[in-house]
Design a protein around this ligand. Structure first.
Ligand SMILES: NC(=O)c1ccc[n+]([C@@H]2O[C@H](COP(=O)([O-])OP(=O)(O)OC[C@H]3O[C@@H](n4cnc5c(N)ncnc54)[C@H](O)[C@@H]3O)[C@@H](O)[C@H]2O)c1
Length: 264
């Protein structure tokens, strides 16, 4: 079934030059939204936009480092100048480092939290006033299952748990303006961010431990689009976990599952 939920909507996606962000820009544009593809890497952002323009969609690329207040203010202004409004914001840009606490240098903590936690904070501050003017908005923060159960690294888990927390505060603060704010907490899904891990023996082992295996971008995109659409108008402050069962289960191994073999 063809859908067209975003005709006349303007959607900003941070980190739109790769992985989930690129797939989201394509998906919004496919349902007639004007996509604002922002990324620190302008070349990949432009590639995303070319793909959209070549299929007859509307999109612009904006170079934005989400850790820079000046950049994100410029991004919001550029979106307004081009399309006149902002309806949807997906805070998607993110980085990660898999590292134990004792190996984590202060610079690593600062960089990770700057992109994954301060970034969405700055972007929301720059964008929300435009949504308030029109009493309408949908914000989806791309967190991680790491913010729900604790994995990957202290800095990543702290950032993503913080993002899930900020989501709840913003939902309260901006409900009077009909701005819905939700987060999505994906488990592992295949993108450039985890290519090396997926191809390693550890990655293969991890994939086996997730009840539904490693996910695909196509399994996350529809969830983000749902939370960006009018289908979710009565949902705000929620964290939707999309992790193939990873956080809800612990695999105790074959010995456990065979525990009652032979029992009548
Ligand atoms: N892939 C997974 O398994 C997984 C799981 C859980 C959560 N996530 C989250 O999903 C989001 C997207 O991840 P992905 O897998 O598509 O990663 P990705 O590496 O493919 O894409 C991330 C994008 O963010 C951009 N970016 C990085 N730093 C930036 C900055 N300072 N300013 C602006 N843009 C910046 C990169 O240039 C890149 O285009 C991230 O927030 C990530 O933490 C991913």
């Amino acid at each position: 079934m063809e859908r067209n939920r975003f005709a006349d909507r303007v959607a900003i996606v941070t980190g739109g030059g790769s992985g989930l962000g690129r797939a989201l820009c394509y998906a919004f544009a496919e349902e007639s939204a004007s996509a604002v593809c922002s990324d620190i890497n302008i070349d990949t952002a432009k590639e995303t936009v070319s793909g959209i323009l070549n299929s007859g969609g509307k999109a612009i690329a904006i170079k934005t480092d989400v850790t820079s207040d000046a950049d994100v203010i410029g991004m919001a202004k550029a979106a307004i100048e081009e399309f006149g409004k902002i309806d949807i914001l997906v805070n998607n840009a993110g980085i990660n480092v898999r590292q134990g606490l004792l190996d984590t240098k202060e610079e690593t903590w600062d960089k990770m939290t700057a992109v994954d936690l301060k970034g969405p904070f700055l972007v929301a501050k720059a964008v929300i006033p435009y949504m308030m003017e029109r009493n309408y908005g949908k914000i989806v923060n791309i967190a991680s299952v790491a913010g729900v159960v604790g994995c990957v690294s202290s800095a990543y888990t702290a950032s993503k748990a913080g993002l899930i927390g900020m989501t709840k505060v913003w939902a309260l603060e901006f409900a009077p303006y009909r701005i819905c704010v939700n987060s999505v907490a994906p488990g592992f899904f295949a993108t450039p961010i985890n290519e090396a891990l997926r191809k390693s023996p550890l990655g293969e082992k991890l994939a086996k431990q997730v009840p539904l295996g490693f996910g695909k971008v196509e399994q996350i995109v529809p969830v983000v689009l749902f939370l960006s659409s009018s289908e979710s108008d009565y949902i705000t402050g929620h964290c939707l976990v999309v992790d193939g069962g990873l956080s809800g289960t612990r695999d105790f191994g074959p010995e456990y599952w065979g525990f009652d073999k032979g029992k009548k």
